[in-house]
Design a protein around this ligand. Structure first.
Ligand SMILES: [Zn+2]
Length: 416
């Protein structure tokens, strides 16, 4: 196998120009983007990508959920393609780079190979997954989830937005329902390039995040039952205080997360206290514990400890405690061979790098169920994402795309 020359680089200026041009489809109100799934803005973004993909000589296939696949042929008709991509859809007040960098970074890889006249044995496929964000149609990573067999096609079609419009109807309306069976394609490997969406790389002064894992999570909904009573006239020893039990469980979650450092987090973001009156002890408190870790054992141990200890804390106060699982993802370990390749490429090209765990879900998490997969991350300013003020630098964008180019080439195999 021929090795790519170490001085080979993508055209960073062209990548940056394309990112800014894509941002004009579905512009936000404050400089970001509002290109939500299956809106007219989504259709505009898709049309622009289609024109670029075809200008690069690629053929477009679209599956029944609207995911776009652009193929650059390889020299070996029997070789499975290397897939590279992410998503063009955004949050309602999203940034210019979340997802888009991964799609246009993949396009830039192909454009660079064309410039250099390089052929590969394996085909290269640029992917724009439909509905990664899940902002308009929950859940997130919907099309890649169906692709990986996690959800059914009918489930995806039946998802509704707040106006009651379904995914299936809106996909037809914007004219992007293709005829390919979802998940029929087979992948040799899958790469996804994405902004970090957190502050770690920037704070550490590293250009490249070598993504080793994606966090798994449990969402545990606690329902605590006490006894409503007057806060002034009820003696302390006669209270059944569901609010106090909640406070002790919040401390417990903090302690369990700290006991499982590094790479574990836990917290409570949503609380409903009833009757929520300043002079009534709450009779009922419902809240959701969110715990995450990239390690399955650790994640499950944290859950077991929290549930067992919470029951004891509540029993000591005479408070009833019921726990229901309302969300779960298994942690993902990305393919060690691909991860090592990405790290070696960053090293060889002279980019500073570090291992990183993705705190958010990505299409790569589902793709990893059907193919060797991994991700490359670049920093984002202040860790800000899902925000119109999301920012990266042209240099960061290009550095990650360079690593993507070389990593893809090694797996797709240069033909001399
Ligand atoms: Zn994203």
């Amino acid at each position: 196998m021929t090795k790519p020359a170490d001085n080979m680089r993508v055209n960073g200026a062209r990548l940056w120009d394309s990112l800014q041009e894509m941002a004009t489809t579905g512009p936000g109100l404050r400089g970001g983007c509002n290109r939500q799934t299956l809106t007219d803005a989504d259709a505009s973004g898709r049309a622009l990508l289609k024109s670029w993909g075809e200008a690069a000589g690629m053929t477009l296939g679209v599956d029944k959920l609207g995911t776009m696949f652009f193929t650059r042929p390889g020299t070996d008709a029997g070789a499975l393609p290397v897939y590279v991509g992410s998503h063009l859809d955004t949050q309602p007040t999203g940034g210019r780079y979340d997802g888009v960098l991964g799609v246009l970074g993949a396009l830039e890889v192909v454009r660079s190979l064309d410039d250099l006249g390089i052929r590969t044995r394996h085909p290269i496929v640029v992917v724009n997954w439909a509905n990664e964000e899940g902002a308009r149609f929950a859940p997130a990573m919907l099309a890649s989830g169906v692709f990986a067999g996690v959800h059914s096609l009918d489930y995806a079609y039946s998802r509704q937005d707040l106006d009651g419009k379904t995914y299936g109807d809106e996909l037809l309306r914007i004219g992007w329902r293709g005829d390919e069976e979802v998940g029929a394609r087979k992948m040799h490997a899958y790469f996804e390039y994405h902004i970090e969406q957190g502050p770690i790389l920037e704070a550490a002064g590293r250009e490249i995040g070598v993504v080793t894992h994606c966090q798994g999570l449990w969402w545990l909904e606690f329902t605590l039952t006490g006894r409503e009573a007057h806060t002034g006239s009820t003696p302390m020893d006669m209270r059944v205080n569901a609010g106090l039990a909640m406070a002790r469980i919040l401390e417990l979650v903090q302690k369990v997360a700290m006991d499982n450092q590094p790479d574990a987090v836990g917290g409570v973001g949503q609380v409903k206290v009833s009757p929520n009156s300043r002079n009534v002890l709450p009779g009922s408190v419902v809240f959701t514990v969110d715990i995450r870790s990239p390690e399955q054992d650790k994640l499950d141990r944290m859950r077991a400890i929290i549930e067992a200890e919470a029951l004891k804390l509540c029993a000591a106060l005479g408070v009833g405690c019921a726990v229901e699982v309302v969300g779960h993802f298994d942690p993902v370990t990305f393919d060690p061979t691909l991860v090592a390749r990405v790290r070696a490429v960053a090293e060889r090209l002279g980019y500073s790098h570090m291992n990183i765990v993705s705190g958010a879900g990505h299409d790569a998490c589902w793709a990893s169920k059907v193919a060797p997969a991994t991700m490359i991350m670049c920093p984002c300013e202040g860790g800000l994402s899902h925000n119109e003020d999301e920012r990266i630098t042209p240099e960061w964008a290009a550095a990650g795309a360079d690593v993507l180019l070389h990593a893809v080439l090694e797996i797709a195999e240069i033909v001399a």
